[in-house]
Design a binder for this molecule. Structure first.
Ligand SMILES: Cc1cc2nc3c(=O)[nH]c(=O)nc-3n(C[C@H](O)[C@H](O)[C@H](O)COP(=O)(O)O)c2cc1C
Length: 183
């Protein structure tokens, strides 16, 4: 899949086959994140990769009450937690850039995954307080997001359909709401 096809066809995936993410695909995904741009090239992102089914299941139970809405991750063959080391943060114009930097890197990873047919779903609903000790993360790290990764199952579950309907996942703002052209 080329870049345009990848971006145009990507959508969030919440139901997965059990097949593992092939090692060479995972390697491409991690490299896509590693090569991302960042403010002052600080590269604050850190990624925790889980592929052990028991560990993934137990992680699904350790995302706190809010994380129950994303309990579907328990069935994914791979979960990656996108973190940022705040010791590598840079603050410009009153803005901390570790979030932006890590988001760019994670999205690059997701697009690379999709170009290989691997689906993902950006997840913000988790308790950092619960997850951080479970993953034994250093003090200076924040958890920015997490995502399951795997080949999409043909059949979408009820939950996935409900979330997509609730979020209006197919809708996008019209271009004239988004873009301003200045002569
Ligand atoms: C910052 C962010 C947080 C999100 N959090 C969740 C989440 O906690 N649970 C979930 O099922 N989807 C989550 N999503 C996925 C969005 O619902 C989805 O991207 C949106 O509805 C558009 O659908 P699409 O990705 O299929 O194009 C999140 C997406 C982003 C970018």
């Amino acid at each position: 899949m080329n870049c345009k096809e990848t971006i145009l066809s990507r959508h969030s995936v919440r139901n997965f086959l059990q097949d593992p993410v092939p090692a060479e695909v995972l390697s491409d995904m991690l490299e896509a994140a590693r090569l991302a741009p960042s403010a002052q090239n600080r590269q604050p992102w850190r990624f925790v990769v889980l592929q052990n089914p028991d560990k993934i299941k137990s992680m699904a139970f350790n995302c706190g009450l809010i994380g129950l809405s994303n309990f579907f991750i328990r069935n994914a063959p791979c979960v990656i937690v996108a973190c940022a080391d705040t010791d590598s943060n840079v603050r410009i114009n009153g803005q901390d850039y570790y979030l932006v930097d890590t988001a760019i890197a994670f999205q690059q990873m997701m697009l690379m995954a999709w170009s290989h047919g691997i689906g993902s779903c950006w997840l913000a609903a988790f308790s950092e307080k619960k997850l951080k000790p479970f993953l034994e993360l250093p003090k200076s790290w924040r958890i920015v997001a997490l995502s399951p990764f795997g080949y999409p199952a043909e059949k979408q579950g009820l939950y996935s359909k409900a979330v997509k309907a609730f979020a209006g996942s197919k809708d996008r703002l019209a271009p004239d709401r988004i873009f301003r052209y200045i002569d």
